[in-house]
Design a binder for this molecule. Structure first.
Ligand code: SF4
Length: 343
């Protein structure tokens, strides 16, 4: 009989699990805290749980264990890129990105990705499989064991499209938010999408409080389609309608992510369209200078081009930020995640 993996269960599900074993449901709080707050690796370390129950758990259940195959540390920043092996031998990458006040972890949600955005290394892998809730949270647990600072922010925008693995991603976000675990506030958890429209509506209707980011990258359909094939199925106009619905329903703004690629999406016409979009939508805009990957012939903007672009876009009444990706020297920056040995 397969053992039950307890890392991906909510406190309510753990309570039901204990009841099914004939045990008291309050054990769920203890167990959840051991897994997500103390981040122990074995049932033996759960010292406030009786030995007989620990043995029962060992016989019937398991905790998510991913093997850390490598950790690459950036010489330029303190970023670290983790390569994890999952129980079926598939591999994924996750990144730890510290700065002065924030300690952010970028988590993967799929092995590979089927959306094939042209500026993204993960897209070159193709879709291999979804990650389970416990595999998503397991990345955070493992990284927090390794790094010296408390992780303050989580972004679900590593490998894969979060809204194509919707249930597991939303559940993972709630586990990370839980007061008995990491207790990271919903406002410090961001879920990104390339624009899976039905899921944007669902997300809005369900009233989740996590930040929503939309991977925009071009302000017109022709350019965006060249960069992001998903734009054929979900064109910009329909994406904006869905995002507007979200902002009205949630009373929150959406973050627009714009990877700036020299000569591709940085013209005066791009600026004009972008300003129009940002003025119409309740949003903030993050401009991310393109990070080179080996397989595509795009160029990063030089600093002067970037500054000119940002200056021009800043006539928008919305907040415009430049988000410098950390970890370029370890291929851990936005769009650079790529795990080999997944054939
Ligand atoms: S940018 Fe995101 S959605 Fe696009 S291919 Fe990469 S991982 Fe997938």
């Amino acid at each position: 009989m397969d053992k039950t993996n307890l890392t991906g269960l909510s406190r309510e599900e753990l309570a039901a699990y204990f009841e099914s074993l004939g045990e008291k449901s309050f054990r769920a709080y203890q167990l959840f805290s051991w897994i997500h707050h103390h981040r122990v690796t074995s049932f033996d370390e759960m010292t406030n749980i009786p030995k007989t129950l620990r043995q029962k758990l060992k016989n019937n259940a398991t905790l998510e264990q991913m093997i850390t195959l490598s950790v690459n540390s950036s010489r330029q920043t303190q970023s670290r890129k983790f390569l994890f092996e999952l129980s079926d031998g598939k591999t994924i990458e996750s990144v730890y990105l510290p700065d002065d006040h924030r300690h952010t972890v970028c988590l993967s949600v799929q092995v590979g990705c089927g959306l094939n955005c042209k500026f993204c290394a993960t897209g070159k892998m193709g879709f291999i499989r979804h990650l389970s809730t416990s595999e998503i949270v397991g990345q955070l647990i493992t990284i927090q064991r390794e790094v010296p600072f408390r992780i303050t922010n989580v972004v679900l925008m590593g490998m894969g499209e979060p809204f194509l693995n919707y249930e597991n991603v939303i559940k993972a976000a709630y586990l990370i938010n839980d007061d008995y675990g990491f207790s990271i506030s919903a406002r410090k958890i961001t879920i990104s999408t390339a624009g899976i429209i039905p899921k944007i509506y669902q997300y809005a209707d369900e009233g989740h409080k996590f930040n929503l980011a939309f991977s925009l990258n071009a302000a017109d359909d022709t350019t965006r389609l060249n960069l992001m094939p998903i734009n054929r199925k979900y064109p910009l106009e329909q994406c904006f309608r869905a995002l507007e619905y979200y902002t009205q329903k949630s009373k929150r703004r959406v973050t627009l992510e714009y990877v700036l690629i020299a000569g591709v999406n940085d013209s005066n016409e791009d600026v004009r369209r972008l300003v129009k979009i940002t003025n119409q939508l309740k949003c903030k805009l993050n401009v991310i200078p393109y990070n080179p990957i080996h397989v595509e012939d795009f160029k990063s903007p030089i600093n002067k081009e970037l500054n000119v672009f940002v200056q021009k876009v800043s006539v928008s009444k919305r907040i415009v930020m430049v988000r410098w990706s950390q970890g370029k020297d370890i291929n851990g920056a936005c769009g650079q995640l790529y795990a080999e040995s997944n054939s």
